[in-house]
Design a protein around this ligand. Structure first.
Ligand code: DQA
Length: 139
């Protein structure tokens, strides 16, 4: 099974960025553990701070991988273009947010992406990425 994790803006700073909200672990070390826990899976990873690069990656992989795990960061709350890209591709997308966006500022409560996603995982910390993998493995 081929999966890809796509992380959006500022998620390259995990471990350093607002640790009270996003925790102390960097994504690289978390990803290493995740790959170790699922040796049979091919788990690619892509991060970009740019909306267009995220859309380009969705176009590139979204007709071939078995699942996309997408944390679009703040673009979640602003990007009709990423929502359209999710609708355009055939691979199922699971939306993940590390923090519980519904317990935060009102502008984080709305996602343009959720309606085009298979499901949404919110507020489970980095474990949300593992739970998204589980959702594909047990689909
Ligand atoms: C986030 C939540 C977003 O509101 C925020 O802009 C992020 C991270 C999360 O994983 O909790 O960058 O997607």
């Amino acid at each position: 099974m081929r999966l890809i994790i796509i992380n959006g803006p500022n998620l390259n700073l995990l471990g350093k960025r607002e640790p009270n909200v996003y925790g102390n672990e960097g994504f690289e070390s978390y990803l290493e553990k995740l790959r170790g826990a699922y040796p049979a899976l091919d788990i690619a990873c892509f991060q970009s701070n740019s909306e267009g690069a995220i859309i380009d990656k969705l176009h590139e992989v979204g007709f071939s991988v078995d699942g996309v795990i997408l944390n679009a960061g703040a673009y979640t709350h602003t990007s009709i273009a990423i929502a359209d890209a999710i609708a355009a591709i055939t691979s199922p997308v699971v939306e993940v947010h590390i923090s519980n966006v519904h317990a935060r500022e009102p502008f984080r409560h709305h996602s343009y992406l959720s309606k085009n996603c298979k499901g949404v995982l919110v507020g489970f910390g980095l474990d949300g990425y593992r739970l998204a993998i589980e959702s594909f493995v047990h689909a």
